[in-house]
Design a binder for this molecule. Sequence first.
Ligand SMILES: NC(=O)c1ccc[n+]([C@@H]2O[C@H](COP(=O)([O-])OP(=O)(O)OC[C@H]3O[C@@H](n4cnc5c(N)ncnc54)[C@H](OP(=O)(O)O)[C@@H]3O)[C@@H](O)[C@H]2O)c1
Length: 434
Amino acid sequence: MESLNVGLVGMGNVGSGTLQILLENQEQLAQKLGIPVRVAAVCSRSIASRELPAAAVGVDRYSDWRDVVGRPDIHVVAELIGGLQPARELIETALSHGKAVVTANKELMAREGFSLWQAASQAQRPLAMEASAAGGIPIHSVLREGIAGDRVVAMAGILNGTCNFILTEMEKAGRGFHDVLAEAQQLGYAEADPSADVDGLDARSKLAILATIAYGCGVPAEDILVEGIRRVSDVDFNYASQLRHTIRLLCVARMGQQGLSLSVRPTLLPKDTILASVSGSYNAIWVQGAYGQDTFYYGRGAGPLPTGVAVVSDILHAGRELLSGRENRVSPYSFKQLTEYQPAPPETFRQPYYLRFRVENRFGIIADLAAILRDHHIGIDAVGQLPITNWRDLPFVITVEPATEGEIRAAVETMSQLDYLLEPPLVMPMFAGF
Ligand SMILES: NC(=O)c1ccc[n+]([C@@H]2O[C@H](COP(=O)([O-])OP(=O)(O)OC[C@H]3O[C@@H](n4cnc5c(N)ncnc54)[C@H](OP(=O)(O)O)[C@@H]3O)[C@@H](O)[C@H]2O)c1
């Protein structure tokens, strides 16, 4: 092999960032791999109208991905189009043509990644997916190699830059969710349809991938408890601040005696913790190992160049594997075989919770709520209420002592029957560590 020939399919955010790095950083990439890394082809459906960098002058352009994966001189195909189909078909076809494959596709890898790895394994070709979770943070390599000698006990991460941007703006400026979301859309930080981000689905796919790599079990993303940030309001930041906390969309994985507990939900974090200081579109992951204890990873979770770095690093990794000629490829999931996912029962872990109510004011509300909590064996930690400005829509907060998810859910279900509640209580865990 005189050069490692690469075909990039998808010329959007990630594809264009990847192309820029491959063209600009050619010299150093060749020094690292030992042979040049050459972009042989780029593809997107609208390639004819796309402006490419001047340095892409000799690069062939295609509008049909089949033309890229079928080219005999291409060694590595990067799938950067996203979605389930035709991305899956593209990867399978590329593998069957003997190509190594690199992908940034979290949705596909969270759902069907392990079967694609089996196909890659059979084809004896590398499959790499570093960019699929936490974009610019090399957390896959860390879990797969850097701390592979450890046994991961727990992880907590901020994995969606759009939500983190919205929440930190709400906190800084005391603004409402919809106002900040509109600005994020204008700035290009949020999609026109923001549901994948603000409803926690994007973070859920990333957590499914990271948990699979960390624990070696096939985690179905749809089994993860997910709550988005739509219900978090400026009032919650006000109360959280009085409690010396802030609010972030937190992804948590914890291994217990009886199984794995996974959740993505808005969470109160003490202001003096490192995770609470992660602002704007940044991501971070805290990993706790049984032996190495705590490690923390921070960086850009998305964006053309940070994600492009992850894709290019995977291309180098694939190139090294192809050059070494090994038949037993390194699994992108770290584990050779995955075990069955064993979810922890909801009574496994105890943690304090923040409950925010909106009520039409009347006598006896606190007494009613306290009685329900008592009946579910949940102790009250504090009750907070800002000065009343509207008797017909009064927000107030109860924080409770550590309880299980099952106890809290049962109590909140009973509370939701109360006729003076304007909406079901907003429940957020208060996370202070594992
Ligand atoms: N954006 C980020 O920062 C980021 C971070 C980490 C991971 N990712 C992942 O990276 C992938 C790409 O994301 P992105 O933000 O770059 O998306 P994007 O900006 O929407 O770009 C997608 C590209 O794929 C092309 N495309 C779509 N379907 C195609 C098809 N059937 N054949 C050929 N080309 C096709 C699109 O162009 P045409 O419409 O012209 O075909 C476009 O060039 C996704 O899996 C995403 O989850 C993104």
